[in-house]
Design a binder for this molecule. Structure first.
Ligand code: ZN
Length: 145
């Protein structure tokens, strides 16, 4: 199996069987909504941060397979990371989809599958929407404290 086939499979698996999908809608979680008008993607995320760690991440949204699968991968990648690690991985993911070398390739895990997005610049916003939403959520939570 070549790498692009493997990557496509990760994306389709996460699209068909998304992890951490569905919002809890309680005060325990910090909620952020973002959309991507260029593709019609619409993304909601929830995060629970405790003692400087990302404890839980949920997402729910509508959109293309790149956007929805990426939300699932994002939630798995950032869970159980410290806030600093999460920020670094979010930044790494932005670099990856632009075609740059990520600093923490191993920690990115399945998110590496989006490396091919660099060849489709119009889809970069799809791939990063959930990551932008969670970045905003982390910023807002940290501002409140
Ligand atoms: Zn999209």
């Amino acid at each position: 199996m070549d790498l692009s086939t493997l990557y496509r499979q990760v994306i389709m698996d996460n699209y068909k069987n998304p992890k951490n999908k569905g919002l809890k809608k309680t005060d325990k979680y910090h909620f952020v909504h973002l959309n991507n008008p260029s593709c019609g993607d619409d993304m909601n995320v929830e995060i629970l941060i405790e003692n400087g760690r990302v404890v839980e991440v949920y997402h729910d949204g509508k959109g293309c397979s790149i956007c929805c699968s990426s939300a699932s991968v994002m939630s798995e990648t950032l869970k159980d990371k410290s806030v600093e690690e999460a920020r670094e991985l979010i930044y790494d993911f932005y670099e990856l989809v632009k075609g740059e070398e990520p600093k923490h390739e191993e920690e990115l895990g399945e998110a590496i599958a989006y490396a091919g997005v660099k060849d489709f610049p119009a889809r970069i916003k799809c791939a990063t929407l959930a990551w932008k939403a969670i970045e905003k959520a982390i910023d807002e939570v940290n501002k409140d404290e």
